[in-house]
Design a protein around this ligand. Structure first.
Ligand code: ADP
Ligand code: MG
Length: 339
């Protein structure tokens, strides 16, 4: 066996990138999450060739100070937590301080940013983890990140990319999820200069659902809501007639984050038991809000899976909330859907 050696930072960054940046949609997710954390009210995503060639995310958020530009793209550098205690009170979508460093490690990344109290902005350009330039530039308040040549130095990952259509599908699914979780924010998604999603700021979740999936579905949704201690559950579930052959239209959001949770998905299916024919899946948009202390988001690099302090109690809350709504909204009298 060879001697044990400490890995160079660039290798460490590539390993981290491998965990978080799987495909163009992962880049979009991380960049849009940063824009949301920056308090943006408008986020414009534009991509070319399924994001493989080009990704740009522009926001009108708080911006990054010129002197912080280099730190922003450094690994384990974040403005969101400052100590281990902070890990248990995370209210932002990011906190690992790894996304920009990971993306910059495997692409050509250009970031332009300006804070409201500065007259001019700054631009940093990073190629495969190497900072090539940092210079002042004129730009509006907010941040624009452009990513080109994704995976240029990780050929295996590049080879695993699918067709433009598939990658664009993942990107638009990613933006849709973030747009549902943050319906007050104005979102646009453009592919090869053609608009894919145009989502003006919505007043409530239902309005955003209608903008994404059509008024017909929105009109047939049943509102649900309940509170159990500090846990608030609300959202919409569809009449059984709107069920789907797969679980793609099941959305679960926790404190502004789209998550997957087998336990809660099971509770959802259990609530629909007897209402759906075999092989059909319910449609649901469910939002959970709880104090950050009640959940550990630091279990998975992409944070799509979390660990609840009391998952059994959540299961019961979801199941009983849905059952109660189903009983009170006599399902048999409602429309039969065309899907
Ligand atoms: P994290 O989001 O986990 O902190 P990132 O690597 O995604 O790590 O970002 C590093 C830092 O760069 C953030 O903590 C934030 O201070 C800053 N930053 C990144 N993107 C933006 C943005 N769009 N607007 C303002 N600040 C940003
Ligand atoms: Mg981030």
């Amino acid at each position: 066996m060879a001697k044990i050696r400490r890995l160079p930072q660039s290798v460490i960054n590539k390993i981290a990138a491998g965990e978080v940046i799987e495909r163009p949609a992962s880049v979009v997710k991380e960049l849009v999450e940063n824009s949301l954390d920056a308090g943006a009210t408008r986020i414009d995503v534009s991509v070319a060739k399924g994001g493989i060639e080009f990704i740009r995310v522009a926001d009108n958020g708080c911006g990054i100070a010129f002197e912080d530009l280099e730190l922003a793209v450094a690994s384990h550098a974040t403005s969101k937590i400052s100590d281990a205690e902070g890990l248990f009170h995370v209210r932002t979508l990011g906190f690992r301080g790894e996304a920009l460093a990971s993306i910059a490690e495997v692409s050509h990344l250009r970031l332009r940013s300006r804070t409201p109290d500065s007259d001019s902005g700054g631009e940093i350009y990073v190629e495969g983890g190497l900072v090539r330039s940092i210079a002042p530039c004129g730009c509006p308040v907010g941040t624009v990140v452009e990513v080109r040549q994704l995976f240029f130095n990780t050929p295996v990952r590049r080879k695993f990319l699918r067709s433009t259509t598939t990658e664009l599908g993942h990107i638009s699914e990613t933006v849709a999820k973030l747009a549902l979780a943050h319906f007050r924010v104005h979102f646009t998604l453009t592919h090869n200069d053609r608009p894919v999603l145009q989502l003006p700021a919505a007043g409530d979740l239902l309005e955003r659902i209608a903008a994404l999936y059509g008024q017909e579905l929105a009109d047939a949704l049943i509102p649900v809501s309940s509170e159990d201690g500090a846990v608030r559950l609300y959202g919409y579930v569809a009449h059984p007639a709107f069920s789907r052959p797969n679980a793609k239209m099941q959305f679960l959001f926790l404190n502004g984050r789209a998550i997957r949770d087998r336990n809660l998905q099971h509770a959802l299916n259990e609530a629909y038991r007897g209402l759906l024919t075999v092989g059909r899946q319910p449609v649901a948009f469910l939002v959970l809000e709880m104090p950050p202390e009640m959940v550990d988001v630091n279990v998975h690099p992409t944070k799509q899976e979390v660990r609840f302090l009391d998952s059994g109690r959540l299961y019961s809350q979801l199941l009983s909330t849905l059952r109660r709504e189903f009983l009170s909204s006599d399902l048999s009298t409602r429309i039969s859907a065309p899907i």
